[in-house]
Every structure is written in C-alpha cells, then in structure tokens.
Ligand binder design. Structure first.
Ligand code: SAM
Length: 329
C-alpha cells in the first residue's frame, strides 16, 4: 500500500477501505477474515440457526404476497461463509421447494465453503428476478469516504505517505451540516449504489437490509470511535490507518444516505413480527418431550431460548435496524 501511495499519491478513505478489506492479495476478506466463532466477529446468523428460521418465515411471507411464484429467487448478498443460507435451508421454506438461492460473496475464500444447495457468485447476476434480496451486515462493510470539518468548510480525508491522515479537497456534505471544527462524517456512496442495484434487479419482491444504523447529522456530533470500528479475532482492532489488511473496518450505516422508500424497524421488532416467539415456544415443547433422550434436535430446540435472548437484546443485536423496500407488490 505504501508503494501504491508513493506511485499514485494519497488515497481517498474510500480507496483505503477498499484496499484494506478487498485487495485481491492483501485484503482482510481475501485472506482469512470472516464472520463466525472461528472468524473475527459474531453476527446474527452466527449466533445459531434461529435467525435463519425467522428469515425463512419472512421469505415465505414475501413469496405468499406475490402469489407463490414457482421461479422465486432468494439473492443473499455478502453471504460470508454461508451460515445464514444453511439455517434458511434447515428451516425448509416452501418458497425454495422450487426456487433458487443465490449467495453473492466477494471473497473467493468464503465462496469455496458455501453449502452445496446454493449457487455461489461474486457479483449480482445480470437477469432481473422475482424474489428477494437479503443483506445482513453487508452495507457496514462497503467502502466509504470520510469528510472532516475545520470550523469553516468540509474536506475529504486522505491517507498519505506512511498512512497518516491528511486534508484533501474541499467537499460538500451529502446534506447541509454545520462545518463544526472536529466534526466528521462517513459518506456512503457505495452503500447507496448497492441498494439502487438491488432495487434495479428485483422485478417484483423485496429488499431486506439488516445492519447497525445511524444518521449523518447524529454521527457529525459524535466522536468517530462511536461509528467507525475495527475488529480482529473477536477483539477490537487498532486504529483504522494501522495494519492494512489485518483487521475488519466497519461503519454505522447512515440511513439518510440510502435510497428512499424503506420501512425501518428494530431487529427485535422485525423478528417478533416474523414469528420468533412461536419458534421459541415450539423449541420449548420439543425440549420438554425429547430432553430425556438428549438428542441433537432437543438440544437445538433448547438453544433457541438462549439465541433469542442475544438476537432480541435491546442493547445488542436487537437494536440493529431492518430496512425493507417492497418492489411492485
Ligand atoms: C460482515 S460480513 C457479513 C457476513 C454475513 N452476511 C453474516 O452476517 O455473517 C460482510 C461480507 O460481505 C462481503 N462483501 C463485501 N462487499 C461485497 C459485495 N459488494 N458483494 C458481495 N459480498 C460483499 C465480505 O467479503 C464479507 O464476507
């Protein structure tokens, strides 16, 4: 990276994040980085199969709304190691009896370990679909620009020489914001484009984005550490300009920078309105009947109670946001 900066000059923050996470040789996700217990961070699908079982309900509800089409497609973007896909298949959604599940994952290392039921690809397919696009914790991982204010104006933050930050060109923030000295914001052009692309590929159906979210004006009043974080092996990583390629870089998603037209809910409310409580009750019943045998099914059923606590926690995963765009429904 140092050689590239010497040759090309300072990188925008967007280019920096892109290289740190996705450089084909040295990017964090091109080598060992991933979600999971043996990976670097735990996401909702990695808590256990309950999250996927609720999403399977949501998928079947969208399929029913569309009149149960035979050619229904689930596109899961940023599928990581395929854990969510495994849980969704385990829940046996009716929509997939004759449907297709396409897992879009940029990292080849992770595509290689996807389950065999899914079609694994690196990018959006060309053909439009009838169905849904799902992305859990993808948008927070897309490269973004960083703007900082000096009391009078906003500037793009660049990464120079030995990876120190420096003031770049003067810029306009995505909405009018006072250029208070020390104020910083992420500018998430790639996240906006990704949602536009997802909307563009769905003829009829829905887009579901699940992520930790905020707004640009809120982030402008907070220190950067509140919305820009690094992770490695389940620990917070070091500062974002250190050790390129060895840690995840993630940012709160500014919902005001995304295309309009979504319904927003907390993850806790979304899971509740898509049947998590029934699945917990069902788990308790199975445990009551089968605990004496101690079989795997009984243990799985019981673990739903603990998984639900984590998924609904108002100070943790339950506080994430779900954003739904309904297309031609
Ligand atoms: C934080 S991980 C989330 C993985 C999984 N969805 C989960 O919730 O456990 C984000 C994943 O998105 C992938 N990714 C990033 N940009 C992508 C893109 N444009 N298209 C597909 N996958 C992408 C990364 O390689 C990484 O595996």
């Amino acid at each position: 990276m140092a050689a590239r900066i010497r040759a090309e000059g300072p990188l925008s923050f967007n280019q920096w994040v892109e290289a740190c996470l996705y450089d084909p040789q040295d990017g964090f996700y091109s080598s060992s980085g991933s979600a999971g217990r043996r990976g670097d961070f735990i996401t909702s699908p990695e808590v256990g199969p309950l999250f996927g079982a609720v999403l399977a309900n949501w998928i079947d509800n969208r399929w029913t709304d569309l009149g149960k089409p035979e050619n229904f497609v689930v596109l899961e973007a940023g599928a990581g190691p395929g854990t969510l896909a495994r849980s969704i298949f385990a829940a046996k959604p009716k929509s997939l009896t004759n449907g297709r599940y396409i897992a879009i994952e940029r990292s080849e290392a992770q595509r290689k370990i996807h389950p065999e039921e899914v079609e694994s690809v690196a990018d959006f397919p060309n053909d439009a679909i009838t169905g849904v696009v799902i992305a859990n914790e993808l948008l927070d991982n897309l490269p973004f620009h960083l703007y900082s204010a000096d009391g009078e104006k906003w500037y793009e933050t660049m990464i120079a020489g030995q990876f120190e930050e420096e003031k770049g060109r003067e810029v306009e923030p995505p909405m009018p914001l006072p250029p208070q000295s020390g104020s910083e914001i992420p500018v998430q052009i790639e996240a906006h484009k990704w949602v536009e692309q997802a909307i563009g590929i769905v003829n009829e159906g829905a887009i579901l984005v699940i992520d930790y979210c905020s707004t640009t004006p809120k982030m402008a009043t907070e220190p950067r550490e509140k919305w820009l974080r690094t992770y490695r092996k389940h620990q917070e990583g070091s500062i974002v300009t250190k050790h390129p390629g060895t840690q995840d870089i993630t940012v709160n998603v500014a919902v005001d920078q995304l295309p309009d037209g979504f319904n927003i809910n907390s993850q806790a409310d979304f899971l509740t309105s898509n049947g998590i409580k029934d699945l917990i009750e069902e788990g308790k019943e199975i445990w009551k009947k089968e605990s004496a045998t101690g079989g795997l099914e009984a243990i799985r059923a019981r673990s739903r109670i603990v998984e639900a606590e984590a998924l609904l926690d108002p100070n943790g995963l339950g506080s994430f946001s779900t954003l739904e765009w309904l297309i031609n429904q």
